[in-house]
Design a protein around this ligand. Structure first.
Ligand code: SF4
Length: 330
């Protein structure tokens, strides 16, 4: 791969966005922002990041928090295993490393929730090391730049890009180089219509030269998502509503939910309160809700007041049903 670092850094110096985690760069702030940004758009992550930093200004503060509070602050961001790993990782860093993140990527990768990508991001952005961080955005830029004919899901493709990048990491500006590549993928070399005329890599970009920018990256075939039809039950007694805790492992692990089950006969005496669809990465829930008032016995549930419910983290999948309750004054 041709060395494009100088042009890319010059572009970054002019075009970098001011983002909350780019101010006051510390390993802790870089780590939290990278975990948040894994499945979340920058604009959506900003507010969460700021609230998170206010609640937990240090890794020790996060480690000392209780799990429920952490999940509550994560509510709406989805992929809740990230929040649980974040909490577990804060505890490890506090207990085993005295509150200081290790600086080497190999050591960072041993911590909960930190994979190859996040380890590279922290090592380069927070510690100035020549460690590439190849996420989907960076992969797209590189696949286009090199006109990579292999599927980017194929084994070895990412590792090869990482090796090639390592060779061109600019001494003294490793963190900026990582951020610049990500930024280019997010703002210029976008999936649908890349803004090639504004791109600092345009002269040597092989996909651009062939006029085939959008033919790359070659993506692995998508598996169709499974559809699950579920009934959501809003069980109400006086001003209390039944909530159930999901098992710790698996989808939405450890979160609170309205009792729900695979669709069957509508519950006797239930009043339909609308349908909602929620799309997870591998499954779609097509839900129909029913109000049961007064709600029947529900041994695996707790009964909460509206105030108590709002203090708990209920996943966005159930947002429609929380609204139904709110409209009922609950
Ligand atoms: S020239 Fe176009 S396709 Fe190539 S890296 Fe830049 S934006 Fe992407």
């Amino acid at each position: 791969m041709k060395d494009f670092s100088a042009g890319l850094l010059a572009w970054y110096d002019k075009n970098r966005r001011e983002l909350p985690w780019r101010q006051d760069v510390t390993p802790y702030r870089v780590w939290v922002s990278e975990i948040m940004l894994q499945q979340t758009r920058i604009e959506a992550a900003r507010g969460y990041f700021q609230r998170f930093m206010e609640a937990f200004p240090t890794v020790e503060a996060l480690a000392a928090a209780d799990g429920e509070t952490v999940l509550k602050l994560w509510e709406g961001l989805g992929y809740y295993s990230r929040a649980r790993n974040l909490h577990a990782c804060a505890r490890r860093v506090t207990e085993e490393y005295g509150g200081r993140f290790p600086s080497r990527a190999e050591e960072l990768r041993q911590l909960p929730g930190i994979g190859e990508y996040t380890a590279g991001a922290i090592a380069s952005i927070a510690f100035g090391q020549p460690e590439p961080a190849v996420d989907g955005n960076v992969l797209r830029v590189l696949a286009r730049y090199t006109r990579c004919g292999k599927s980017v899901g194929e084994t070895g493709v990412k590792a090869r890009f990482r090796e090639e990048l390592r060779a061109i990491y600019p001494a003294g500006r490793c963190g900026d180089f990582t951020s610049a590549l990500m930024e280019l993928g997010e703002t210029v070399c976008t999936p649908g219509t890349p803004a090639c005329p504004a791109c600092p890599l345009r002269e040597d970009c092989l996909a651009r030269r062939a006029g085939e920018e959008t033919a790359y990256p070659v993506l692995p075939p998508k598996k169709p998502r499974r559809v699950e039809r579920r009934q959501v039950l809003l069980l109400i007694r006086g001003d209390r509503v039944a909530l159930r805790k999901r098992p710790e492992k698996g989808l939405l692990g450890g979160m609170w939910e309205y009792p729900n089950r695979l669709e069957g006969e509508p519950p006797p005496g239930g009043t339909c309160c609308g349908s909602a669809v929620h799309i997870f990465s591998h499954v779609e829930w097509h839900m129909t809700g029913y109000i049961l008032r007064p709600g029947p016995e529900a041994p695996d549930c707790i009964w909460v007041t509206p105030e108590e419910r709002r203090a708990l983290a209920i996943p966005a999948a159930f947002r429609h049903y929380s609204r139904v309750l709110e409209e009922m004054g609950l």
